[in-house]
Design a protein. Structure first.
Lengths: 258, 316
């Protein structure tokens, strides 16, 4: 694991420990995707990003922190009363947050609207939207899958964090086939924690035949911490205590030595 | 008002390149001229109202000014959470225009009724709610609130009233068709046996036709929310002068105009006697036509007159 991604995970753990809040495994699941998007892919003048699975926001906030968009003080204020950074992102708190999310299934149709406005006004740039496999239980995801193709939105890129967290209730299997059946251009990233693979997939979203893109990233919920990977449901929304926090940091440091 | 809506939107679109129309697979014919003139600003999104509301939010975040148009229950009730979060929480300039409420599609049954739209939209912060009663009023409210950077809801009922009302968004209108004659008859000053009747939409005609309307203050309320401070002050004066109050609306008696007025009354420091005529807490399971429902519900001049007469006799 790259040092910057280990550091980011430790920063997320620290912030979650301080605030005693946050969905850590969801953030660890999408961290590499966000780093590649923000640091290597997006053109901030024209491109926008929507974190439709808003509960993974610690990954977004740590990316903002790494990029100097927010201060350490801001980051550590996570979930406190007057913080800019709530448990779900809110666009009125920080201009870099394009849309307020938290209720699942809203971000993708909002992304369609944003992509459509670019088409109407003939403006450049792409709209990236990150959804989860669990979120894909929502009907609006499939309404959007139908609509985005009908509107020929080739400037829309829907990234799916396929961490299989929905296996305990309503699994969304064969996602590749499903989006393919909706006539999207689907690119699968076998290892959604491999930054090179993610980068390559996103690079291939610049030209299309009037269809939106689905980047299917196979990820691991809680990636980097064995305890979380093995017990993703127990850790879904639970901050670490002091002992666990120290233990997890040691585990991440060992990955650094490797 | 539906035709007036399509006409006004074409006029506005010529002036505002940010205007875009999204329809939920209704009114295609009505918007054929719009589509012809602005093909890249007209989208029949399909039968997916929740998605349509969120798409409008995405358009608005990027600076467009979308109008969403479909049948009231599908637009408001099915997509309520999208309205709450995507439009109101983010405070976006999106205009919703519904048709079919409250029971214009009476023959289609309860699935197509919507007499709770105003009730459930009222508690949403940032939401502006308008219930115009004529083409002119719709044009005034729609054009003058256009591009005001807030989410807005316009409820278009098929029936209209016949009065010539001048209104602005946020304003209530005092309707008293012969105030000087009336004052001459009863003398200046307060008369506690009067009733203040608050009403909106086509029911204004029923109120004016109730037999003794000259004796009452009629406050016409095409804007339900938000009211200007000036209008709130006017209403406060009405309460002072006329503490017997009747609210008449074609909406559920829960949460609509009557609740807005009773909220304003609750801010008053004097006793106010408030009664309401509206749609009771039940499904209207009969079919037929809208006037038949109005007759059954007492949304008629005759019933309004009787209610006023009773109210006048009640002790304060």
């Amino acid at each position: 694991m790259k040092q910057e991604l280990i550091n980011a995970r430790k920063q997320i753990l620290e912030t979650s420990f301080i605030s005693q809040a946050g969905h850590i495994p969801s953030a660890f699941s999408i961290l590499e995707i966000l780093f590649v998007l923000y640091k290597e892919t997006m053109n901030f003048k024209d491109d926008v990003f929507i974190l439709s699975k808003g509960h993974g926001c610690l990954a977004l906030y740590v990316t903002f922190y790494e990029m100097g968009i927010i201060s350490e003080e801001d980051f550590h204020s996570f979930c406190s009363y007057e913080s800019k950074l709530g448990g779900h992102p809110h666009c009125k708190k920080l201009k870099e947050i394009f849309a307020s999310t938290g209720s699942l299934g809203h971000g993708l149709p909002i992304a369609i609207g944003a992509a459509l406005s670019k088409k109407i006004e003939k403006k450049p740039g792409r709209v990236f939207c990150l959804i989860g496999d669990g979120e894909s239980n929502e009907g609006t995801i499939w309404e959007s899958a139908l609509l985005a193709k009908n509107l020929q939105l080739d400037n829309l890129v829907c990234i799916i964090d396929n961490n299989k967290s929905q296996i305990r209730s309503l699994p969304v299997n064969s996602i590749r086939k499903k989006f393919h059946a909706f006539d999207w251009t689907v690119i699968e990233v076998q290892d959604g924690h491999n930054t090179e693979q993610i980068f390559e997939a996103l690079k291939n979203t610049q030209h299309s035949e009037l269809s939106p893109f689905c980047i299917l990233c196979n990820t691991i919920k809680g990636k980097g911490i064995k305890e979380m990977e093995d017990n993703m449901f127990a850790w879904h929304h639970g901050p670490p205590d002091e002992t666990m926090y120290s233990k997890f940091c040691v585990e991440l440091d060992e990955k650094s030595i490797c | 008002m539906r035709k007036a809506f399509a006409k006004i939107v074409i006029g506005l679109a010529r002036k505002d390149p940010k205007l875009v129309v999204l329809i939920g697979d209704i009114s295609h014919y009505l918007f054929k001229d719009f589509e012809k003139e602005f093909p890249d600003r007209f989208y029949n999104i399909g039968i997916c109202e929740q998605t349509m509301v969120s798409v409008a939010a995405g358009l608005a975040i990027n600076g467009m000014r979308p109008i969403i148009h479909t049948i009231a229950p599908f637009c408001v009730e099915r997509a309520y959470e999208q309205i709450k979060i995507d439009l109101c929480y983010q405070d976006l300039d999106v205009t919703m225009v519904s048709v079919g409420g409250s029971f214009d599609y009476a023959h289609l049954g309860c699935t197509h009724h919507c007499y709770e739209d105003i009730s459930i939209l009222r508690p949403l912060p940032n939401m502006q709610i308008y219930a115009p009663g004529s083409d002119k009023e719709f044009e005034d409210l729609f054009s003058k609130s256009w591009a005001n950077a807030s989410p807005k809801y316009f409820k278009l009922i098929k029936d209209t009233h016949t009065q010539n009302i001048n209104t602005m968004p946020g304003e209530c209108v005092m309707v008293n068709h012969a105030p000087s004659e009336y004052r001459k008859r009863i003398g200046e000053g307060t008369s506690l046996d009067q009733v203040a009747v608050f009403v909106n939409g086509h029911l204004l005609d029923a109120v004016l036709d109730c037999g003794n309307s000259l004796e009452h203050n009629i406050v016409y309320m095409p804007t339900i929310k938000p009211l200007t401070l000036k209008s709130k002050e006017k209403i406060k004066q009405v309460f002072k002068q006329t503490p017997r109050v009747l609210v008449v609306e074609e909406n559920s008696i829960i949460g609509g105009l009557a609740d807005e007025i009773s909220h304003l009354a609750s801010l008053s420091e004097q006793p106010i006697l408030l009664k309401k005529i509206g749609i009771p807490d039940k499904f209207l399971e009969e079919y037929g036509k809208a006037p038949e429902h109005r007759l059954a519900l007492g949304l008629t001049a005759k019933h309004i007159g009787e209610k006023i007469a009773k109210l006048q006799k009640l002790p304060l």
